[in-house]
Design a protein around this ligand. Structure first.
Ligand code: EPU
Length: 434
């Protein structure tokens, strides 16, 4: 198992490029199940979750070609000949977003068998709202042996009001509704840029969707969809992570190839902390040379402060003067990183969904354990300002969503390297011993 070894104390200087958004690429790849023609996706990040989705689609009989060389971030998917409509436990347990195949499979093939995802490090994360919505569209859903089985002849348009805002739930239902008969109205939808990006792709494929990016989405069902070419939006969470890294280390960093309009509240909060930011259409320049000030944040659905930036912001708060109150509203158990930050010298008190971080406390390098994707990012950030060396174990979590993070950070001045598991050498076996 790989580890990251980081020596803190160097400011990040120069230009860093943002990859395509994992959470936009995953539903876009699932959308290819809706057509028998080629779907060509550009700006696909090279991260482990994308590889998991490739395996998921390939196991169903889809052809998934990953580009090489200059086209290495392009993927062509063809789902003409699907051999089965199943998402196995083996794959779903490693990536919950696998449930995004449910809606498109059901809509095009009339059947889907998808393993129920289990619990997750950050919360229970049920998919009841996906299932209720599909039932409203006319699907019959049964559950047996840990699998959800959904069937429908042709889905029928309906009015669906989500009881709670759900990102992948909105995406799953949106994909299903494109091929339903008649009109579907989705209310209380997620407004995340990833939902709008999916709708843009689906419309290029011939869907008739209006209102994506607002609370109410209208879909006029069509009989079939065709192929399309689409460029995935930049990853706002990767961009946010680099921006916080620069702010923390007292750096001067150009975060290139992002969309600042997707980063609104995060940028406002950083300015409140005393960080200097300059944005243009596709970059954010971050400069931070004075002391950081404590600021409270509360996670909310987009356009609120993203839960996927909460852990990284907590690391920043350890280096800000005063008390910051961080409230996590989306997931019930998303403070796992706090325990590791405490071991590095942070002063954090957790009370239910609230964390009070008192700063500034010096951090010292330690051996720490990554518990989930964004928690690992917060530990990388802490290590960048810690005294001495930090060794982060279970780096596979970070590889799920950050493309070549150590290479990108190294290029802007971080002292970071990846090491593999150091196994004790086996003594050589002599011929006579065999
Ligand atoms: N929820 C339900 N029932 C459902 C669906 C969701 O109760 O049927 C609850 C969840 O338990 C949670 C809340 O609703 O408390 C919001 O969950 P949501 O469904 O929006 O989360 P998600 O779609 O499973 C996506 C991202 C997450 C991100 C969340 C919130 C993808 C592939 N994943 O998850 O990303 O944290 O939205 O913004 O888009 C990450 O990238 O590290 C990550 C975890």
């Amino acid at each position: 198992m790989d580890k990251l070894v980081i020596r803190g104390g160097s400011p990040l200087l120069g230009t860093i490029r943002v990859s395509g958004a994992k959470n936009a690429a995953l539903p876009a790849m699932a959308a290819a199940l809706l057509t028998d023609s080629d779907v060509i996706l550009e700006n696909i990040p090279q991260v482990r979750d994308i590889e998991t989705e490739r395996r998921l689609l390939a196991a169903m009989g889809a052809q998934v070609e990953l580009g090489y060389g200059r086209a290495q971030h392009r993927t062509t998917i063809n789902c003409r000949n699907l051999a089965n409509t199943e998402a196995s436990y083996e794959l779903v347990k490693t990536m919950r977003a696998s449930t995004l195949v449910l809606g498109p499979l059901l809509a095009r093939m009339g059947h889907a068998r998808v393993s129920l995802p289990g619990g997750c490090a950050i919360g229970a994360r049920p998919i009841d709202l996906h299932l209720k919505g599909l039932e409203k569209l006319g699907a019959t859903i049964t559950q047996e042996h840990g699998y959800i089985e959904a069937r429908a002849d042709r889905l029928q348009g309906a009015r669906i009001v989500f009881e709670k805002i759900t990102v992948t739930g909105t995406e799953d239902l949106l994909m299903a509704a494109t091929l339903a008969e008649g009109e579907t109205i989705l209310e209380n939808c997620a407004r995340e840029p990833e939902v709008s990006d999916l709708a843009a792709l689906l419309n290029k494929m011939g869907a008739r969707i209006e209102g994506a990016g607002t609370h109410m989405i209208r879909v006029q069902g069509v009989a079939q969809l065709h192929g399309a070419r689409h460029r995935i939006i930049p990853d706002r969470i990767e961009a946010g992570t680099f921006i916080v890294a620069a702010a923390l280390t007292g750096g001067d960093l150009m975060v290139q190839g992002c969309d600042p309009s997707h980063l609104g509240v995060l940028l406002e909060k950083l300015q409140e902390c005393g960080v200097t930011l300059h944005t243009n259409g596709e970059s954010v320049r971050v400069r931070s040379d004075g002391p950081l000030k404590a600021t409270d944040v509360t996670t909310e659905e987009f356009p609120g402060f993203p839960t996927d930036m909460q852990a990284q912001f907590m690391t920043l708060a350890t280096q800000a003067e005063g008390a910051s109150i961080i409230t996590e509203n989306i997931f019930e158990n998303r403070f796992m990183h706090a325990q590791e930050l405490l071991r590095m010298g942070a002063n954090i008190k957790i009370d239910g969904r609230r964390a009070v971080v008192r700063g500034k406390t010096p951090l010292s390098g330690a051996a720490v354990l990554a518990s989930d994707l964004r928690a690992s990012a917060s530990l990388v950030l802490a290590a960048l300002v810690a005294d001495g060396e930090t060794i982060i174990d279970r780096v596979y979590h970070i590889d799920r969503g950050y493309e070549r993070i150590e290479e990108k950070l190294k290029a802007v001045g971080a002292h970071i390297r990846r090491i593999g598991e150091l196994l004790p050498r086996r003594p050589a076996v002599s011929a006579t011993a065999l």
